[in-house]
Design a binder for this molecule. Sequence first.
Ligand code: SAM
Length: 254
Amino acid sequence: MTDISDDAKRNREEWTRSNAAYTDATASSTWAAEEITWGVFGIPETPLGTLGDVEGLDVVELGCGTAYVSAWLARRGARPVGVDVTPAQLDTARRCQREFGIEFPLVEASAEDVPLPAESFDLAVSEYGAVIWCDPYRWIPEAHRLLRPGGRLWFLRNSTLSILCAPDEGAPTAELIRPQHGLGRLEWPGELGVEWQLPHGELFRLLRETGFDVIDLVELYAPKDAVDHSFYEGFSVEWSRKWPAEEIWVARKR
Ligand SMILES: C[S@@+](CC[C@H](N)C(=O)[O-])C[C@H]1O[C@@H](n2cnc3c(N)ncnc32)[C@H](O)[C@@H]1O
């Protein structure tokens, strides 16, 4: 692997710990899911239609983790390649590949500098992967390089509003706690990893200037029947019924 940024090294360490703490234990059940669902509240993809038909598409998942999204897409006829910086996460992905009999390439690399050829994919996806953990001024141009003209970039992240309302610890509140001006690289107290959250205006502009057209932006709220989820403590149902907890962006390479 080529040299990676100091932030990528920190995130690799964080995700080596998280893999041992919980992701290795939960990966099989996520791989097994028949339905594609998104985010904390498991919102089904089918009525949203953010991905479209993936049959026959070359897909790169940037920050694939245990690669269950790639597995879901492979079952629907896509040809995924997973990219992740953390060997432990890729080991879990390989174990799940054997368990479920779904094989696809896995590449150990930072999504800020991917050792794959330009214009070799139709779809680049990141579900809480590169979109959270990588410098957007590096990974979004990398996604653009990897995509063929007309190819789509799809990502799911926390909503900007949830970050503005988030205290240093615990779920978002009904108060604007942190300024939007200057929002970007985030270091949460007590966390080793480094996260990113660009506000909508800056992200929109970065996508446009990189050579993408934004074609969809879906804000995800807690559904009526949602119950508080013990695994992700980041959101309460009550908050997330009033404000979007997460958001899906889709952009097309010009
Ligand atoms: C929440 S997981 C998201 C992936 C997947 N959807 C999952 O839940 O397993 C975050 C992943 O981002 C990866 N990651 C963090 N920094 C990265 C970087 N610079 N390049 C590639 N992957 C990175 C971590 O190793 C981790 O596997």
